[in-house]
Design a protein around this ligand. Structure first.
Ligand SMILES: [Zn+2]
Length: 297
């Protein structure tokens, strides 16, 4: 008689032994043990429960979104793999892309379609000035203070040849919903003051040296071999007046000639609600996103 058979004999006689042998069978270490019910591994059961919960969450969000559809039009709805994506457009033209990814972090981008047909750094200088204050929050640093209090890792932005993006990541949904209105106010209604232009873009200091945050930033990289080669390459590839051939950050000679009124005009031209996309990726229901009332001025 094998050890397994002897053990089985005792299983019929002692209840406690029965529990032991069944536990072995469930763990897969004993094949053919008597009456071992199929038990899902805890991790699989938890994953299934989470999936059911997430599906309910998504459905709830869509149902709510349908209720508050006044002022919004659903442009499209599709899935990328298992990720549901919805695109909504508000009456004022703002488009919201809700990418419903389950997870603890929420990543958002406020994207403006921009182009620049010169090397004077209009996209970059405006991006800097946006962070200096807005109509409702006219002080430098307020945005990041609000961000830190909403479990964000601060705020950031970048410029490219065909768009400018302002980015934000928070732990959890509430921080995103609290921060987006503040961030949007900065993007769409920046103060762009004369004083801000002097300190942030370009000035000549009391000793005759050129200064300014943007000017210094570009001064540091303009004559690096990589920067020179890449800009020269683009100017060969795209001759003439073409945004792809331009340095969106600005070159020093271009930044020197820039005026604050040119930046204000650039903002008026491109930073319009109907030229603005807000992409939110995370566990944020469409309903709570649209009903937050943050996309209407
Ligand atoms: Zn910069």
């Amino acid at each position: 008689m094998s050890a397994l058979a002897a053990l089985s004999m005792r299983v019929d006689e002692r209840g406690t032994a029965t529990v032991a042998i069944r536990a072995l069978a469930q763990s897969g270490r004993v094949q053919g043990a008597p009456d071992a019910p199929p038990v899902k591994p805890p991790a699989l059961a938890a994953a299934e429960a989470a999936t059911r919960s997430w599906a309910a969450h998504v459905a709830e969000g869509w149902a709510l979104a349908a209720k508050i559809a006044e002022g919004w039009e659903r442009v499209s709805s599709f899935s990328c793999g298992y990720v549901p994506i919805e695109v909504w457009r508000a009456d004022n033209g703002v488009r919201v892309v809700n990418v419903q990814v389950e997870g603890p972090l929420v990543h958002s981008s406020i994207v403006i379609a921009t182009e620049c047909l010169s090397d004077n750094g209009l996209p970059h200088t405006l991006e800097h000035l946006v962070f200096l204050g807005s109509e409702d929050f006219p002080y430098k640093g307020v945005l990041d203070k609000v961000a830190f209090r909403n479990l964000a890792t601060g705020t950031n932005a970048y410029t490219d040849v065909h768009h400018t993006a302002y980015t934000l990541s928070t732990a959890g949904t509430q921080g995103t919903l609290a921060l987006l209105p503040v961030f949007l106010d900065h993007v769409l209604y920046p103060t762009i003051t004369d004083a801000g232009f002097v300190t942030e873009v370009y000035h000549v200091d009391g000793e005759g040296a050129e200064a300014g945050v943007v000017f210094s930033e570009m001064q540091a990289i303009e004559n690096e071999s990589g920067s020179l080669a890449y800009l020269a390459l683009r100017k060969c590839l795209y001759p003439g007046e073409c945004g792809y051939a331009m340095e969106t950050g600005g070159i020093m000679s271009g930044i020197r000639s820039l005026t604050v009124d040119q930046i204000r005009e650039y903002h008026r031209t491109y930073y319009r609600p109907d030229n603005c996309f807000i992409i939110v990726a995370g566990k944020v229901g469409t309903g709570e996103l649209l009903s937050a009332g943050i996309f209407f001025s």
